[in-house]
Design a protein around this ligand. Structure first.
Ligand code: GLU
Length: 289
């Protein structure tokens, strides 16, 4: 079986040099190994994703000389797959609805912080401070029936009990030079959101389900997702999915050393192309010479 790689952008903006680097590395690994490169459109956030950004992704990748397998998987067309995975986790008793609004969460975090340090996740966001997990079943049903919005969260303590001692094989580099067998620390993320009342999935859940359904064997992506791998390994084990290898790569930064964002215009592939930079020039700019 040839190895399977994937590039999985979200169509919520135009691609920049960081995406070009990631896509080119995936393409190179595919060539080196005689593997397959999939392109997956991660468009579950209907409020931010737009068809014109998706069209621009195809155009920019083709301009870079990258080719991929078709058909392309669009996450918004596969919500039933994510719902099925969510149902499995719910059947294990690992999912609960949390009803706090963003403002309430902010207030609870402030109160916890006033009492002492409140932990933050590896991305810097405070862990979920609420206690919806312990709501009695009839109160839960009453709140759901009343129509209030909620998020479906993973009971991290119970999940970690069910799947302890996880790790992954890091073929690239973590932000602190981690390589080889890396211990997973999903507990550092607290009770992550797996879905919302109106969206039956989240980034973590859909990425894990899709990588398994598509047979992805090596995940090449930026170091900004290194720590998220802990949550992905946990979900893979809970759902009985195969374990891919991971190859995290350095991030392309702007002149001030900040990670590029979709709004950093000067590093957008369209702007660079309009300014006369060639695909070979892009390779040079990202250090692939
Ligand atoms: N869709 C994610 C992003 O654009 C990448 C997901 C992944 O590579 O796991 O940042």
């Amino acid at each position: 079986m040839p190895p399977v790689f994937r590039f999985a952008p979200s169509p919520n903006g135009v691609l920049h040099l960081g995406h070009a680097y990631s896509a080119l590395l995936n393409f190179e690994r595919t060539r080196e190994t005689g593997g397959l490169l999939l392109l997956r459109i991660e468009d579950i956030d209907a409020t931010r994703c737009r068809p014109e950004f998706e069209a621009a992704i195809y155009e920019d990748l083709a301009w870079l000389g990258i080719t991929w397998e078709t058909p392309v998987r669009r996450q918004s067309e596969h919500l039933a797959d994510y719902r099925a995975a969510l149902d499995r986790l719910s059947a294990f008793g690992l999912v609960y609805p949390a009803f706090e609004s963003r403002a309430e969460i902010a207030r609870l975090v402030a109160a916890r912080e006033a009492d002492g340090l409140w932990p933050h996740d590896p991305d810097g966001a405070p862990l979920y401070p609420g206690d919806s997990k312990s709501l009695p079943a009839d109160e839960r049903s009453r709140l759901i029936a009343s129509g209030v919005p909620y998020a479906l969260r993973l009971d991290m303590a119970a999940a970690c009990q069910r799947a302890a001692g996880l790790n992954w094989n890091e073929l690239g580099d973590g932000p602190d030079g981690e390589r080889g067998i890396v211990p997973a620390r999903p507990e550092a993320w607290g009770d992550v959101i797996l879905a919302r009342k109106e969206t039956p999935t989240s980034y973590h859940l859909s990425v894990v389900v899709d990588d398994a359904l598509q047979g992805v064997s090596e995940i090449v992506r930026g170091q900004d997702l290194f720590h998220a791998t802990s949550v992905h390994r946990l979900l893979q084990v809970l759902l009985g999915l195969p374990e891919p290898a991971y190859r995290h790569h350095r991030l392309i930064c702007d002149g001030e050393g900040r990670k590029l964002s979709k709004s950093s215009r000067s590093t957008g592939l369209r702007e660079l192309r309009a300014a006369g930079i060639t695909p070979a020039g892009i390779r040079q700019l990202v250090g692939l010479g």
